[in-house]
Design a binder for this molecule. Structure first.
Ligand code: ATP
Ligand code: MG
Length: 366
């Protein structure tokens, strides 16, 4: 599983870069097109790249290379807000029952990913009950001691149980493998439980599956109990309009295509953009006495300096320079570079509009 994860992560990462280029260029076409039909085609193509990005996101989740954005979460509240969607997804022939513990602990997870995981489990339950049945979602606190598979500790246990066909042991043993599916071609991609597995493991938890043919299935997520208090949370503020500016930005990216799209887009928004293809080139430009308000750099660059080192050097050379870093890699990779708390990061592939918003807010920070 480890090596499949690494391989998958590598492919997904390259694919992500490619999608960023395609989607960025389509956005530029949309903006530049005078012809309504051209705009419409470009928009349709961009929506397809969004779906592609969702797929690679699941693969990155499996390989635990996805950047998580964990928040303190009440699983009960998340489930109660999400239950309508689950009911719609499973359809009228399946009854959805909730059994939630009122005194449930909080856990610290990425909320949209927990929703996706729940939805994947509910859809599997639906598929296992073609003639209808009961899907039960239960939450409770559990304390595991030494010897438990999940490891000792306090967990929020979130389980999804169906009264469906169940699985024989040889299927149950393979359910987390990416692309493992028993469904017909076109029905399942075999990524649902892979995503659940990767997401829960990356969140420090554990997934258990209990199933037998004819006896239904229970999938339980053990999510570590959160230790922080709820008032520690700071939510980001989203503005609707896409703001621009006239500041000078140094963009550093080793991928020629991404560099081109990004700089074209930032120019469209009024920024004065200079490009560098690696750390050394960027340092040269910073040392040449040119003034930059902001450095926007990729973190993982081949040979030589990475984005974090570059950012630190840029701060030394040019006192007030603002920094934004970007990466398609996950938190653990970034942690190795020491980047997680030091500099703001935008995930790849980014929507150009999101990049513009983030740049604006960094440039206008006090
Ligand atoms: N609740 C369940 N009951 C019976 N079998 C299940 C259940 N959940 C998963 N499985 C088995 O595990 C396999 C893998 O599940 P997974 O969710 O990863 O992929 P999928 O449902 O086949 O496709 P996808 O979720 O990508 O659309 C399924 O094809 C099915 O054989
Ligand atoms: Mg599935």
């Amino acid at each position: 599983m480890e090596s499949v994860g690494q391989l998958t992560g590598g492919i997904a990462h390259d694919f992500n870069n490619l999608l960023a280029v395609v989607s960025g260029n389509l956005e530029l076409i949309e903006d530049a097109a005078d012809n309504g039909r051209v705009r419409q085609f470009a928009a349709a193509a961009r929506r397809a790249t969004d779906r592609g990005a969702k797929l690679t996101a699941q693969l990155l989740a499996f390989s635990r290379q996805r950047i998580l954005n964990p928040k303190l979460v009440s699983a009960n509240q998340l489930i109660s807000e999400f239950q309508e969607l689950i009911r719609q997804a499973v359809g009228g022939s399946c009854e959805v029952k909730l059994r939630t513990d009122d005194r449930l602990w909080l856990c610290r997870v990425d909320p949209p990913l927990l929703e996706t995981a729940l939805l994947n489990l509910a859809l599997n339950g639906r598929d296992a009950m073609p003639d209808g049945g009961v899907l039960e979602i239960e939450t409770r606190n559990v304390v595991l001691d030494e010897g438990a598979v999940a490891g000792p500790g306090s967990y929020v246990k979130l389980s999804v149980t169906d009264s469906g066909c169940g699985m024989p042991p040889e299927v149950r043993d393979r359910v987390f493998e990416p692309f493992f599916t028993t469904k017909e071609v076109g029905k399942g991609t075999g990524l649902g439980l892979s995503m659940v597995y990767g997401f829960v493991r990356q969140s420090g938890g554990h997934v258990a599956v209990e199933s037998a043919p004819g006896a239904g299935t229970m999938v339980a997520l053990y999510l570590p109990k959160a230790t922080q208090r709820p008032d520690a949370e700071v939510e980001a503020i989203q503005t609707q309009a896409i703001p621009g500016g006239s500041e000078r930005i140094l963009v550093v990216e080793d991928n020629e295509d991404i560099l081109e799209v990004t700089s074209a887009m930032l120019t469209t928004f009024g920024y004065r953009v200079l490009c560098a293809r690696n750390g050394a080139e960027a340092i040269q430009m910073l040392e040449s006495g040119q003034e930059f308000e902001l450095l926007f750099s990729d973190i993982v660059m081949p040979n030589g300096m990475n984005g974090v080192e570059l950012a630190r050097e840029a701060r030394r050379l040019s006192k007030g320079i603002k920094i934004l870093l970007t990466s398609g890699y996950a938190r653990d990779v970034l942690e190795r570079h020491g980047a997680v708390d030091e500099f703001p990061i935008i995930d790849k592939p980014y929507r150009l509009a999101d990049l513009a918003r983030q740049l604006w807010s960094i440039l206008h920070e006090a």
